[in-house]
Every structure is written in structure tokens, then in C-alpha cells.
Design a protein around this ligand. Structure first.
Ligand code: WTA
Length: 707
């Protein structure tokens, strides 16, 4: 890889990359077996599932998932694939997602907790919301959205809320009416939210006055004002802002003034809707349920559009068989509902199965690293789900903590980033107390639900490997020329899914061309083909396939950085830097971080004649990133350079900067327009003394290549 020369095409260089000796920072690990106790109670312990979901039975195998739902009108055609890569599942079927997650559980489970809310202040007792109570609240909110906010089936509404029970209540109320929700992660800035409001065409914004994070009460209402302003600048007027209160009894958590005629407190309005019921709107299976914006290779986030029937069937099926959720379980996923993991595996999957899902407001290490284990003990949580970053952090600050508490997990999930075997083993031995099975689930916002994972009662676990494709998913690793990379070849390539599945997003909101281009054009040889076999789904991750059929995910091969399991686009961060008037050019690259996986590092060059001090510029750049995107995108550092390394055609060589930031070999730079600048930047970042170059991880090596 390092010997590549800029004379060659991007394709050739990338091909060399997949043939490169793999910097396998982790060696092949031994297996761990699920316990017989786990197997004895598992939802899925019949090995015939592999046969039932084999290609010979595709697509009819997904009938099993659809049959977990209650349909108003049963569907006729399992899959309509006549217009690939646009697919319709369970065609002719009608259902309501809210009905499936709430109403249908009432006869058996009305008195059981659907949600348990744990606020961050530890002195506040957890609040249980039974299915009956959820039903009542969702109906009242649905009535309000319909009558007061004037929302109709098919309208979009943006929800910018933290981890409070009113968030799933609002989502379910939307689903009841067939209103398409677009939830924006609470940690994103008002500006970010505003851009998503504009793209989705939402006239209503639903938010919260404030919430707790690391012991502080944050004023969230202030973000709403910025969001409305940004949306207006982009041509979208927000008619109403509906605000939930964090505290009962009328206490406000914000000091930001209300805007007369635009802002309304939901809790106050709700008194008018007490006891109201709204009939669930029967929706076609393919009606959109929600949009979830995610970062890609361009500056603008894209709205992944998910369906009602296919999506719900897929998350219900995978929650049942991969998460092993039974109605009597207490399930706790620490992800944020503002990301896809929270949508699929805090709200829709668990509730479709009638489970109890825990919602925790705060950070796991507040007020100390024993907090998650106290919550688990108190609520008797038995299924636990989190990210490698949380695992690494909890391990760093309190490796002995889990042993102090008497909880028992039967099952644990890791998601969002590759997990190193060391962290996996701590999770297994210390958090899981050698009792719990672990599933390492690989998937994406676009995919609705899991793609690769072991089946918890059927497969052995292997630290650092996600596992084979889950039932009905047929992955493949393709090289640069579209050739299959065979198992055990020890070559990295691009992981793709050969077939459609019910959880796959339907399209990018208002941009079907980009949907085709981004995910399917890469390996499609005949754009006119009407056969789904010709349209492999290109995930954008590098991966390796071991002889046992287990996939190891190496990370993104595009301009996306995975910071603590959160997906951030480098182009979005670069646009934020360019809002600083002194900045002429900006380039953002990923750097390896021990705890959070990757962090962004920013390089900027300045316009001529700038007199401000370097530290003032650095501060401005960091501030701009926080304002435009949010604190999660804070860079490790901001490097001010005299010039960017560039090709003769003027393209910034981000891969050279990424190599410098990660102390890797910069490769041959002699053909750059300005080769001297490379050494200048290297000494500025790494110091005068030349450090030995490391062979870095695959995603960093791939960064800045053309694909
Ligand atoms: C990464 C989160 C390794 C991957 C569900 C993917 C993972 C991106 C894993 C999607 C895993 C997710 N092992 N890497 N188990 N799970 N990823 O859209 O790079 O926020 O493309 O969805 O996270 O992030 P997203």
C-alpha cells in the first residue's frame, strides 16, 4: 500500500490495498461456548434455522418474521423485486406499527412494564410505564398531534429529544397516525437539527426543555430556536415547536424564552386530551415509518427512509432470535434512541415483542462507574446491550466494579465499532460473569437491523469477529474488480450483502438516484437488470472472512469516521471549519484513539493576512464544529498548516495527512505538487525526531483513497 504512486488510478491503488499484508492488530482468537443454561431457554435453538433461511428458501423465509406481527390485512407477495434496487416487502399487507408495539399487548400484558425510565440523578426512583399507561399516553399525544398540530398521515415531523420516555411515546404517537418521524440525536446542535428539518420538510419540531447529562441540567430549548432559524435559512418554515417538560408539576428546565404563537408546552396542552383515544391508521406495509439521517461521503447528511411492515418484521425477528428477548425479560440497551440502534433495539423491536425496555437518561459513568451495575441489579436486567466505547470506558475507570453487584445477565450485545479481543474478554468475564453469551452485531443505519452476528444459542463466539450473516442475509467480500474474496484467504475487501432483506432502507429521502449510486452502483454491472442478484448492497466497510465463515469488520473505507460508535462525516466537519472566516482550506482525518475508537483531527490553512493568534484560530474552529454539528465531533486537535499536501491537479491528499496523524508511512509523495510541505507538517505534528512508522488499521489506510 505504502508504495503506491499518485500516477496510478484510485482503483489500482485500492486493489493493492486489499492485497496488502493485513495489519492484523488482533490475532485469531479461540472460541467461547454458550452455556447449556442459556441454550435451554433460548428462542432459537433449532439448527434447522440455517436451512429454513437458506437461499433456496429466499424470500419466503421472511414469512417467519412477518408472522410475528399482527396484520390488519394479510399480505400476498413476500417480495416484489421487479424494480431493483427498490424493493417492496409483504406487498398488499396493511398494519399499524403502534398497534403492534402497544395495543396488541394489552390483553395479556397491560399491567407489565413496557418502559422503565431511569433518570440520571440517582436519588430519583426509576419510573415504570406499563403497557396500559403507554397506550393511554400514546393515544393522548396522537390526539394532540392530529388536532393541535394538524399532522396527517405522510407528514414529516422532526423530534430533537434526549433519552426520556416521552421520546418513544412521541415516536409511537406518530406511528399511530402514519406521520413519518425524523428523530435527531439530542447531542446534535440546533444547526444540525435545522438542516435535517429542512431536508425532511417538517413543519413541526418536537423537543424537550432540558435534561441531565454528567450531573448538569442542560438547556435544550435553546437548540430549538437555532434549529428553527437554520431551517428557515434553508427555506423551511417551522410552524410549531412542541416542548416536553423534563420535570412534572410545571417546573421548567429552561431559561430560554418561549416564542409566542410558535412554542407550546406539550404537558400543558395534554390536559385537553385526557382520556382521548385515536384509532391506529391502517398503513400499507411499504408506508414510510421514519427517516434517520446519517453521514456519508458528501457534506449533507442523507435521510434513510425505513418502511413500516418490512422494518418492523425485521427488527421483531432479530430481537427475538439474535437478542433472545422474551416477554418476561428486562432488556437494557445503553444506546441513544436518536441513533438507529435505539430505534430498532430500544423501541420498535423490544416493544413489538412485548418486552420491558429500560431507558437511561445519563452517562454510564455518572456519578461513578458502578452506576450501570446498580441499575442492572435494581431492575434485575438480564439482557444488556452497549458499544465497545462504553465497554472500554467502564473497564478503564472501574474494572472491578461489576463484581460488587448482584445482577445476572443471560445475554449481552456489542454494536457500533470493532471490539478488540481484550475488551471483549473483560466484557465476557467481568461484566457477563462468565454466564452471559455475547453477540457482536454488525449493521448500519441503512440496514434497519443486524446483518452479521452469531446466533446466541447455536454458534460459538469468537472475540473480535461479528460472525456469519444472520438468517436470510448472504454476505460476500468483493475485491476491487468485483471478484469474491474466498474465506481464509486473509485478504481484506469490501463487505456486501448479495440479497435484499425486509429491514433494508427503501430509499434516501428525496434522492433515489443517490440511493442507487451510493449503495448499489459499485458492483452492479448492468443498471437495467431486473434481477436482484445483480445488485449487491455495498456497505462501505472493509472486512475479512475467516475459514469458519465468520466476518471480522475492519471499519469504514469511505470518508466516514466512527467516533465512539457515532458516525460522523469528515466532509461535514470540514464544512463546519470553513464557516470560520480566517480558514482557507480544511481537511479532516481520523486518528486512532484508545477509548473512543477514532477521533477527528483537523488540518486548516489560513487566508493571507490573518493576524489572529494560532490559539484563537484553533478555538474558533473547535467552536464552529460544536455549533454546526455538536460536541461529539470535537477534534483531537486543530493543526494550522502553511499549505495542504496536494496533487498536481490541486486535490488535497487526505491520506497523507491521515498517515501523519497516525504515525504511519506517508508513502511516496515525490509526485505531489508541493512535496516539501509533507515533512514540514510531519515535524509540526510529530516533532522533529522521526518516529518509526506503524502499520495502521485498515480503515485509516483506506482513508482518502478513491473508491
Ligand atoms: C460500524 C450502527 C464493527 C461499521 C448500528 C458500520 C461496526 C457503521 C459494528 C454503521 C460491529 C457497526 N463491528 N463495526 N459490530 N457495528 N459498525 O450507521 O463501520 O451508526 O458501517 O449504525 O458502524 O454505523 P451506524
Amino acid at each position: 500500500m505504502s508504495g503506491s504512486t499518485p500516477m496510478r488510478s484510485g482503483k489500482e491503488r485500492a486493489a493493492e490495498l486489499s492485497e496488502a499484508e493485513i495489519a492484523v492488530h488482533w490475532r485469531e482468537e479461540g472460541y467461547f461456548q454458550p452455556s447449556s443454561r442459556f441454550i435451554g431457554q433460548a428462542n432459537l435453538s433449532d439448527p434447522s434455522v440455517r436451512e429454513r433461511f437458506s437461499e433456496a428458501h429466499f424470500p419466503e423465509c421472511f414469512r417467519e418474521y412477518a408472522d410475528l406481527l399482527t396484520w390488519d390485512h394479510y399480505w400476498q407477495t413476500t417480495l416484489d423485486s421487479s424494480k431493483p434496487p427498490f424493493y417492496n416487502w409483504f406487498v398488499g399487507g396493511r398494519l399499524n406499527v403502534c398497534y403492534n408495539c402497544v395495543d396488541r399487548h394489552l390483553p395479556k400484558h397491560k399491567n407489565k412494564a413496557a418502559l422503565i425510565f431511569v433518570g440520571e440523578p440517582e436519588e430519583d426512583a426509576p419510573q415504570s410505564i406499563t403497557y396500559q399507561e403507554l397506550y393511554v399516553r400514546v393515544n393522548e399525544v396522537a390526539a394532540l398531534l392530529q388536532e393541535f398540530a394538524g399532522l396527517k398521515t405522510g407528514d414529516r415531523v422532526t423530534i430533537h429529544m434526549p433519552m426520556v420516555p416521552e421520546l418513544p411515546i412521541t415516536m409511537l404517537a406518530c406511528a399511530r397516525l402514519g406521520v413519518v418521524h425524523s428523530v435527531v440525536f439530542g447531542g446534535f446542535s440546533g444547526e444540525s437539527c435545522g438542516r435535517r428539518i429542512a431536508d425532511s420538510g417538517s413543519q413541526v419540531l418536537i423537543t424537550t426543555d432540558g435534561y441531565y447529562r454528567s450531573g448538569k441540567l442542560l438547556d435544550h430549548k435553546a437548540n430549538a430556536d437555532l434549529a428553527v432559524k437554520t431551517a428557515a435559512e434553508e427555506g423551511q418554515k417551522v410552524e410549531k415547536v412542541l416542548i416536553w417538560r423534563r420535570f412534572p408539576n410545571g417546573r421548567s428546565a429552561t431559561s430560554t424564552p418561549m416564542v409566542e404563537g410558535r412554542d407550546y408546552v406539550i404537558n400543558d396542552l395534554l390536559t385537553k386530551y385526557r382520556g382521548r383515544r385515536v384509532a391506529p391508521v391502517s398503513q400499507p406495509a411499504e408506508a414510510p415509518l421514519f427517516l434517520m439521517y446519517t453521514s456519508g461521503t458528501t457534506g449533507r447528511p442523507k435521510g434513510c427512509q425505513h418502511s413500516s411492515g418490512g422494518y418492523l418484521a425485521y427488527v421483531a425477528g432479530t430481537s427475538k432470535f439474535v437478542q433472545d428477548i422474551h416477554p418476561e425479560d428486562v432488556y437494557w440497551c445503553l444506546a441513544d434512541i436518536g441513533w438507529i440502534t435505539g430505534h430498532s433495539y430500544i423501541v420498535y423491536g423490544p416493544l413489538a415483542l412485548g418486552a420491558t425496555s429500560v431507558i437511561y437518561e445519563g452517562v454510564p459513568t455518572f456519578p461513578d462507574p458502578g452506576r450501570p451495575w446498580r441499575i442492572a441489579e435494581r431492575l434485575d436486567v438480564n439482557i444488556f446491550h452497549t458499544s465497545p466505547t462504553s465497554i472500554r470506558m467502564l473497564r478503564k475507570v472501574g474494572p472491578e466494579e461489576p463484581a460488587k453487584y448482584h445482577y445476572h445477565f443471560k445475554h449481552m450485545t456489542t454494536v457500533g465499532e470493532p471490539i478488540e479481543p481484550e475488551a471483549w474478554k473483560w466484557y465476557y468475564h467481568s461484566v457477563g460473569k462468565d454466564e452471559a453469551v455475547i453477540v457482536d452485531t454488525w449493521w448500519q443505519t441503512e440496514t434497519g437491523g443486524f446483518l452479521c452476528s452469531t446466533l446466541p444459542a447455536l454458534d460459538r463466539m469468537k472475540p473480535g469477529s461479528a460472525g456469519p450473516g444472520v438468517p436470510g442475509i448472504y454476505p460476500v467480500i468483493l475485491d476491487e474488480n468485483g471478484q469474491e474474496v474466498p474465506p481464509g484467504s486473509n485478504k481484506a475487501g469490501n463487505i456486501c450483502i448479495r440479497n435484499p432483506w425486509p429491514g433494508l432502507m427503501q430509499t434516501i429521502w428525496r434522492d433515489p438516484d443517490r440511493f442507487v449510486k451510493q449503495y448499489f452502483s459499485r458492483y452492479n454491472k448492468d443498471p437495467k437488470s431486473k434481477d436482484w442478484h445483480d445488485w449487491p448492497y455495498f456497505a462501505g466497510d472493509g472486512a475479512l472472512l475467516a475459514p469458519d465463515g465468520y466476518y471480522r469488520i475492519l471499519g469504514r473505507i469511505d470518508d466516514v469516521i466512527n467516533v465512539a460508535g457515532h458516525r460522523l462525516g469528515t466532509k461535514e466537519i470540514e464544512s463546519a471549519c470553513l464557516t470560520v472566516p480566517e480558514v482557507a482550506e480544511a481537511a479532516v482525518v481520523p486518528v486512532v484513539d484508545e477509548l473512543r475508537g477514532r477521533l477527528p483531527e483537523v488540518y486548516v490553512s489560513l487566508k493571507p493576512g490573518v493576524t489572529a493568534s494560532p490559539s484563537a484560530i484553533q478555538e474558533k474552529v473547535v467552536h464552529a464544529i460544536e455549533v454546526e454539528i455538536g460536541k461529539i465531533a470535537r477534534p483531537r486537535s486543530v493543526q494550522i498548516v502553511s499549505d495542504m499536501p496536494k496533487t498536481r491537479s490541486g486535490k488535497i491528499m487526505r491520506r497523507v495527512l491521515a498517515a501523519i496523524s497516525n504515525t504511519m508511512d506517508v508513502g511516496d509523495v515525490t509526485t505531489l505538487a508541493n512535496p516539501d510541505v509533507v515533512e514540514q507538517i510531519r515535524t509540526a505534528v510529530q516533532g522533529k525526531e522521526k518516529k518509526a512508522a506503524r502499520s495502521g488499521p485498515e480503515d485509516i489506510k483506506a482513508f482518502g483513497q478513491e473508491h
